[in-house]
Design a protein around this ligand. Sequence first.
Ligand code: FMN
Length: 247
Amino acid sequence: MPGKNKLEVFPTLLTIVLLLMLSGCGETKHGEVRDVGVEGSSIIRLPSREDYAKIPLNDAIRKQKATREFAGGGISLEALSALLWASSGLKQDSGNGDITGATRNTPSAGAIYPFTIYLVLRGAVFRYSPVGHYLKRIRAHISGSDIARAACDQEAVSDANCVFVLSADFGKTEAKYKERAERYVYMEAGFIAQNVVLEASSLDLGSVVIGAFDDNAVRDILGIAANERPVCLIAVGKRRSSGSSQR
Ligand SMILES: Cc1cc2nc3c(=O)[nH]c(=O)nc-3n(C[C@H](O)[C@H](O)[C@H](O)COP(=O)(O)O)c2cc1C
């Protein structure tokens, strides 16, 4: 009977439409600001990197100040994409791991790239993969105050929208550069950190570089491998109105 079929088909169509709408939650459109949901998915595919910067480089440099007071809330997937790309994204990546001679967005002695970028975001820890430009969740259910405690209880760390953790495998660089390696790795941390804070500034976000933390505590909380050492944290987020204070 046609009438009965329509009644049967309508809820099915409605379900399909709702499922399609929900499946779009992880996707983004340019300019659209959404919170990043971390529940239920261990991989966050980042939107292809476009020019999200709101202000020119010179203005970003001028505007960059240590921010320690954050407004809270979420951070858009576009902003995360841009920040991670700036930190150690690849110059060219087909998205299929099909890379020929690609270098990254920060210099590295011997193109060794000893750093892994971890991100503490909404109670979970993610590892950034430059190849394929995605985040993989490696640990869930860590509290913002855990990582802050490891950083001398600095409120900027617990209040930020996300915290970048720059972690280095010194051994990779030492294998080639011996006693010069340590200085090279610290130099590289500076390049990465500067890219992140300037990208944050260009996105009209605040950030602060954090050097005061307990290496072992940060490594344990994040689940970082024993051959790596965290070198630098960067707290990033929306500034609270007058979110800059000197230290
Ligand atoms: C290596 C290094 C470590 C830092 N560690 C911290 C830190 O643990 N906590 C903090 O609030 N600021 C930290 N800062 C930020 C400085 O305090 C800040 O850059 C300085 O006060 C100058 O302010 P400005 O960046 O706004 O010009 C650090 C900066 C650097 C370069």
